[in-house]
Design a protein. Sequence first.
Length: 519
Amino acid sequence: MKLLKSTATVGGATIASRILGFVRDVVLARMFGASGATDAFFLAFRIPNLMRRLFAEGSFSLAFVPVLSEYRAAGDRHALRDLLDHVAGTLLAVLLVITALGMLMAPAVLAIFAPGWFIEGRDEFHLSADMLRITFPYILLISLTAFAGGILNTYERFLVPALTPVLLNLSLIAAAWLLSAHLQVPVMALAWGVLAAGFIQLGVQLPALARLGLLPRPRWDWRHSGVRRILKLMVPTLLGSSAAQVNILFDSIIATFLVTGSVSWLYYSDRLLEFPLGVFGIALATVILPSLSRKHAEKSEEAFSQTMDWALRLSLLITIPAAAGLVVLSAPILVTLFQYQAFRPEDVAMASLSLKAYALGLPAFIAVKVLAPGYYARQDPKTPVKISLIAMGSNMAMNIILVGGMLWAGFSGPHAGLALASSFSAFLNAGLLYRGLRRSGVYQPGPGWRRLCIAVALATGIMAGVIGAWAPPAEIWIELKALLRATDLAIYILLGASVYGLVVWIAGLRPEQFVRGSS
């Protein structure tokens, strides 16, 4: 029950963040549309955001939380404070160097991410390089924020870290509305909004740490035993978590060779995928990693397996219908949220293609979030590294095959091939992670899986059929006023959820079945 409550807390906070994220994206779509300028900003923001996921929420968090959990379990408060001080100092020093180099070498960094723009000498390249100099310090600020969040999550203080992304959305909305009109290049306001958000996000973490008596006093010493353990774990976890980020980089490289708007279409469809992924997948992974680390430290093998089983069942129950809903309602969702002013109907059609492709992989994306902690909690980063490298290679190959094939066939939306390749590689990643846990005996599925799979498949099929038969085509949605669009979309979402819930209930699934395993 405790894990379910924690997941609900993180998920609820993330819902608030994602709703504000939608408001943010609606504002950006209205004011800037899908243009060369927005392509430039999204890439300038993607680079520090990619490094955030790679270092802050990726390798560092995956290495830091298990070590911190062990220090906490040992009960030596002085040793724990000493660890936090030295980790903070070492992390800060490394980040200062990376940030300084990134700002000085912004055009060179951007040329790696956008070779198409660089080779063709497009205006987007120079604009994006200017914005990158402003957004690059965000990696320093958000990495320190993730460090603070890792401490709070280890002490079961999930709310403040989960609410922190809200501040980024508010900052970008304020920059778009209040600052853009006063700048010669209006889209530059968004870069300043990202920088301001970094300072604010870090600032709200500090009082929460102070209340726990764990506010670090940074001290540099990479030879500290705890720091060296974290660094040792970070090397393989860096390779493992970098696979997904390298895939994003490769997608961006290919997208810069496609027509103007491709980067933006992928961005908007990815943002919609991030809603269920963030609300549920990341929330669940955030909660189970400290729990699994603690159970491993206590040598509770059965409890470890039960926690994994509970998380996988819950993810299956939620992600399959969510994926089907995104596929069936892709165009209505995009029209309702973004199709105003600068965002054109043809942008809806193009973004809908990539949204459907991404949605197909949603269950796998979330399964990876759930399965990977099963390795990192046991301080076994090497296995997921090998698996992620295999998935990365397959993604690159599929990118070339799918996009190249679509271009050869004259398909109007080859950017969708990038999203489809990501979905394929996510299923490969999840499948190999699952097989590894089973073979090692770390995870043993409990009874009732067959019944669960049949119930979810039947309910999802009926739900998709009902919504698909009733929902009107995109052309009709575009003619509706904003309020009517939102009302109709809400009705169809509620209808789908009701049909799905009724069918799984008839099939014999009950809420208490998903509460018992979360204690």
